[in-house]
Design a binder for this molecule. Structure first.
Ligand SMILES: Nc1ncnc2c1ncn2[C@@H]1O[C@H](COP(=O)(O)OP(=O)(O)OP(=O)(O)O)[C@@H](O)[C@H]1O
Ligand SMILES: [Mg+2]
Length: 389
């Protein structure tokens, strides 16, 4: 859940941000407006769930700004922070749909209670926070697209979760082709061009539907997509996506740039894909060091060894040289994997009892509430549904 804070008062801003950080569920402060000007920067494309609006000061300045803010963030719950509650101010608050007036000086418990009240009154989907799972190659050809695609498909097929896959491999993205032969009507670049009118309906209509509840936003087909696709637009798309989808899978490809870093920052889990050879290990180590510099916790990172075979560099040796546990292994099975990719059909549809399909199902059970022991139906649902496909 995201919030913005509109205030000139540095101390008040800090205090509100602290309340947000300590709230359960945590409230992410996505932007602050020290100049009291909500018309600046990236936030213009992001719809926050909460707006903390400082109503101290000259009402002639404050009231038009409140009106402007309310119009700009129509889906947000506005919390007015006020020391003096004049009748003009309260009337303006009512007119602009202010949800709560929080008295100043600020009391943390008042803020927490106001947030809790708002959460309990709102429709569930308003507060939905989908999880972002990003997949990144330690080196080209590691199997990132194959794994991200097929995990997303497996999760959508085994559950009633809404799943989105975004292809952020901007120049060489092929995620849609691995699962579907449908021609995209829109790409990520097209969506970025229309970012000013981005909402759930536009995002939904931009997708290639691969299965019920599972769509892919294809990469751009343009030679220089960096002209069109910018980091702040990725923020905006992910913000809308989190509210609409339970899981957002991202194929990041193999290069690191501003757009990829923005997606990594927003990710709940990052899956570097590695294979058992020295060039992969060397690049894997570089990637993990880079994550350290970016300040990511080790628990956010889940290394997957793809094309795993017992006869080569051991998993223990990989863990030692990476200084990070290997979370999952996907076995090597060139025949079934290449058949799935060449036909553009999900592996779980094509070869549901293969060792690779089983490994993929194991991984998704760890990242959804569809757990194998509690829900013996997960594998049956996947396989029965696929039999009729
Ligand atoms: N578990 C596996 N067993 C056997 N072959 C595999 C497996 N996973 C992937 N492959 C093979 O590796 C090739 C590369 O896979 P994929 O395109 O998913 O990699 P990538 O990391 O996305 O590559 P790129 O860096 O080009 O984006 C595929 O053509 C496929 O044949
Ligand atoms: Mg790829």
């Amino acid at each position: 859940m995201n919030a913005i804070i509109v205030t000139k008062d540095v101390e008040l801003r800090k205090a509100v941000a602290q309340c947000c950080a300590s709230h359960q569920p945590i409230i992410h402060v996505v932007s602050e407006f020290p100049g009291m000007n909500p018309n600046v920067g990236v936030i213009a494309t992001v719809q926050p769930s909460l707006v903390f609006f400082d109503a101290q000061g000259d009402e002639k300045e404050i009231l038009p700004l409140l009106k402007n803010t309310a119009a700009k963030y129509p889906q947000a719950a506005i919390f007015l922070l006020a020391s003096v509650q004049s009748s003009t101010l309260l009337l303006a608050a009512m007119r602009n749909g202010v949800r709560e007036v929080i008295e100043l000086p600020l009391s943390a418990s008042n803020v927490h209670e106001a947030i809790d009240r708002t959460i309990s009154q709102h429709h569930e989907s308003f507060w939905k926070q989908g999880k972002i799972l990003s997949f990144i190659s330690c080196k080209g050809g590691s199997g990132t697209t194959f794994i991200a695609d097929n995990l997303a498909y497996a999760l959508a097929s085994a559950s009633n979760k809404k799943v989105l896959l975004i292809d952020l491999n901007l120049q060489f993205g092929d995620a849609a082709l691995f699962l579907s032969d449908a021609q995209p009507s829109m790409t990520l670049a097209d969506l970025c061009r229309q970012i000013h009118r981005l909402d759930a309906a536009l995002l939904d209509s931009s997708l290639i539907q691969v299965a019920p509840g599972f769509g892919i936003l294809p990469a751009s087909a343009e030679p220089d997509p960096y002209d069109t696709i910018r980091p702040e637009q990725i923020d905006a798309i992910l913000h809308v996506a989190r509210q609409e989808y339970d899981f957002i899978f991202i194929d990041l490809g193999r290069q690191i740039d501003g757009v990829v870093i923005r997606a990594l920052d927003q990710s709940d889990h990052i899956f570097p894909i590695i294979q058992q050879s020295l060039p992969y290990l060397r690049n894997g180590l570089r990637l993990l060091n880079f994550f350290k510099i970016l300040g990511y916790r080790k628990e956010k990172i889940h290394v997957i060894v793809n094309r795993h075979e017992a006869s080569t560099i051991s998993v223990e040796a990989i863990q030692r040289s990476l200084g990070q546990p290997v979370a999952y292994m996907v076995p090597n099975n060139f025949d079934v994997v290449s058949e799935s990719i060449n036909q553009g059909v999900p592996l779980l549809k094509l070869a549901r009892s293969s060792n690779v399909s089983k490994a993929l199902v194991d991984i998704i059970t760890a990242f959804s509430d569809v757990r194998k022991p509690d829900n013996p139906g997960i594998i049956r649902r996947l396989f029965v549904r696929n039999q009729s496909a």
